[in-house]
Design a protein around this ligand. Structure first.
Ligand code: ADP
Ligand code: MG
Length: 643
């Protein structure tokens, strides 16, 4: 093959452009990225070699080597990993935009990233970061298992094209050679390289080595010291998770967390344990303090890293953790799983299921402890991840009791921003109160204004305020807490018997009127009845016990889902004067159009209070305006006579 010049894909060009005109002050991370690629390449080969030993070619002395050449102005990162053939290299370093690249381009526009450029590390733009410090990058590589003349040389100045040509190469693996820009020569400095490796790559499992100058006694004359160049391992390589708790300090834990998470703050909680017995594994897990910006992204990678006897099998093993704990990061190292386990075989592996169960239990317990011991931190955690944790009540019915104990809500008794747990609520319940009440709605302010809470206020019953769209669904799954039923104040029958005329008396007294209203609105509503929850408001709409609340209905509709129209029940305040007014019209002349108009108005008001619009807003407004005029002018007429 002669030399070929190829174009980078558009997205790659954009990335390169950003790298060259470096947006980013923390340029030293290029070394972390190259080391991490070298380490990945070794892991890939080690993994392949489990089933194809011949790929190793007798060389499994894994090593990542860094060489700084002062004269040439180059820094080289070499590995004896899997290497690349021509197709690999064209694809990986030029024509495909790794999903990370696209994400990065999208996110680079975000405020968050402009203010906190360290976050760059979260993206898979690794290799291209070389162009922050180099004006030319050369890659020499040969893939494991392929002949010596199948090597490839790749080169680019980052200007939109790259070249590839044939290469004879004795050893498999890859050299990445960075021709440093004039002003970036500091990266040739031994101490600087040491510092960067220590900072970012200390836990890398494979040795990262460099030839360094040492003083040694001369072989010829033992009393004389001479300078020799010797290979030195720069990283400590300790598998933190396998160490004993007593050997580790908080800062060891935190350092490892930052290493695996690219998060720049410390974790909110560390969970480190070793399981023995039916399933043997070590786990070092972390609950982050803040949610990563992409946690709601469908491609968010979930699950801890999976190791089998210190060999890394997977970056993210989603089989090890339920999705509602997807914020947890860390490492699981199993002694029982076979090394050649794959994504497919993981799925039906009973050991994996055991580990998952064990881990889930441990995490929930850690959260429970956090709630008891560090309540303020727990509240912060809940603000970040509560919404995700809650999903567990729906998806993991076996653990819904444990999860229910972790929930926090605002309530009519808490100040805005302060929370209560279900158990605290239960402790405060009034003696005559049998159920736990909750109300769902778009915001606390709107909920507090709503008529549904009137009678609860009068009775002094606390009501939990729920503003997450999923809350209604979650409560529907939870059903009860410690034997106490959870009841939505906007659903089903509520019989609080507020002061004044009660529902039964009214039901009997105005039976015919009720029947008339029911008939008039039969196409709109499921039923009409007198309410046991209203005090001031004339009426409201309520859902049947098992039906969705209006929030959930709107959410599903907005997602384009067709949902069966669940008709509501119209409840009328039995103590309101409007009932007497309508009844008197009804008795005089039930054909009076004014009576129908009143019924429509009543229904319109109920819709408004639910957060919907009256069916015919123009007619509604016309009616109201006419009533206003009649009322005011009518009185004017009466006034002179009564004087
Ligand atoms: P990522 O590491 O997230 O995949 P990078 O931009 O760092 O993204 O690397 C792109 C790809 O280039 C890697 O996925 C890998 O296939 C290939 N690659 C980079 N460095 C090496 C290397 N030293 N040995 C083998 N392949 C490599
Ligand atoms: Mg990488």
């Amino acid at each position: 093959m002669t030399k070929q010049t190829l174009e980078f894909k558009t997205e790659v060009k954009q990335i390169l452009d950003l790298m060259i005109h470096s947006i980013y002050t923390n340029r030293e991370i290029f070394l972390r990225e190259l080391v991490s690629n070298a380490s990945d390449a070794i892991d890939k080969l080690r993994f392949e070699a489990l089933t194809h030993r011949d790929l190793l070619d007798g060389n499994s002395d894994w090593k990542i080597k860094i060489e700084a050449d002062r004269e040439a102005g180059t820094i080289t990162v070499s590995d004896n990993g899997i290497g690349m053939n021509k197709e690999d290299i064209v694809r990986e370093l030029g024509t495909i935009a790794h999903s990370g690249t696209r994400e990065f381009l999208k996110a680079i526009q975000s405020r968050e990233l402009q203010e906190q450029p360290e976050l760059i590390g979260q993206f898979g733009v690794g290799f291209y970061s070389s162009f922050m410090v180099a004006d030319r990058v050369t890659v020499l590589t040969r893939k494991a298992g392929e002949p010596e003349d199948a090597g490839v040389k790749w080169e680019s100045t980052g200007d939109g094209t790259f070249s590839i040509e044939n290469l004879d190469r004795k050893s498999r693996g890859t050299d990445i050679i960075l021709h440093l820009k004039e002003q970036e020569r500091k990266f040739l400095d031994e101490a600087e390289i040491r510092r960067i490796i220590k900072k970012y790559s200390d836990f890398t499992e494979h040795p990262i080595v460099m030839d360094v100058e040492k003083e040694r006694p001369s072989v010829i004359d033992k009393d004389k010291m001479v300078k020799v160049r010797e290979e030195e391992v720069l990283n400590s390589r300790k598998a933190v998770w396998l160490k004993d708790k007593s050997e580790l300090s908080e800062s060891d834990y935190n350092e490892f967390y930052r290493h695996i998470s690219y998060d720049f703050s410390d974790p909110a909680r560390t969970i480190h344990f070793r399981a023995e017995g039916t399933s043997e594994f070590s786990a070092l897990l972390y609950i982050p303090e803040t949610a990563p910006f992409d946690i709601y992204h469908p491609e968010f990678k979930i699950g801890p890293m999976l190791y089998v006897k210190r060999v890394q099998i997977m970056d993210h093993c989603d089989q090890l953790i339920p999705p509602y704990l997807r914020f947890v990061k860390g490492v699981v190292d199993s002694s029982d799983l076979p090394l050649n386990i794959s994504r497919e075989t993981l799925q039906n592996n009973p050991q994996v299921a055991l580990i998952k169960k064990n881990i889930t239990k441990k995490i929930l317990r850690a959260l429970e402890d956090m709630k008891k011991q560090e309540y303020e931190n727990y509240v912060k955690f809940y603000g970040e991840f509560g919404k995700i944790l809650k999903e567990g009540i729906h998806f993991d019915p076996v653990r819904k009791e444990a999860l229910a104990d972790l929930l926090l809500f605002e309530s009519t008794d808490t100040k805005p921003g302060e929370y209560t747990s279900l158990s605290q609520y239960a402790d405060r319940m009034k003696e005559d109160q049998k159920e736990i009440y909750y109300v769902t709605g778009p915001s606390r302010t709107e909920i507090e204004r709503s008529p549904y809470l009137e009678a609860f206020r009068e009775k002094g019953y606390e009501v939990l305020i729920m503003t997450d769209q999923v809350d209604d669904l979650i409560m529907g799954d939870l059903l009860e807490y410690n034997g106490k039923k959870l009841k939505s104040v906007i659903k089903g029958d509520i019989d609080l018997k507020p002061e004044g005329r009660d529902q039964e008396t009214a039901g009997k007294q105005f039976k015919d009127l009720l029947e008339f209203i029911r008939e008039h609105l039969k196409d709109e509503i499921k039923d009409v009845r007198f309410s046991g929850r209203l005090k001031e408001a004339p009426c409201c709409l309520v859902a049947e016990e098992g039906d969705m609340d209006i929030q959930m209905e709107k959410l599903l509709k907005s997602m384009g889902q067709k949902i069966p129209e669940a008709r509501r029940i119209l409840e009328i305040n039995p103590g309101h004067r409007i009932v007497d007014a309508m009844d008197s019209l009804f008795r005089k002349d039930r054909q009076d159009p004014l009576l129908r108009e009143y019924i429509d108005l009543l229904y319109g008001q109920a819709l408004l209070m639910e957060g919907s619009s009256p069916k015919d807003p123009a007619a509604f407004s016309k009616s109201v305006a006419r009533l206003m005029a009649d009322n005011a002018l009518g009185e004017e007429k009466i006034q002179p006579e009564s004087r």
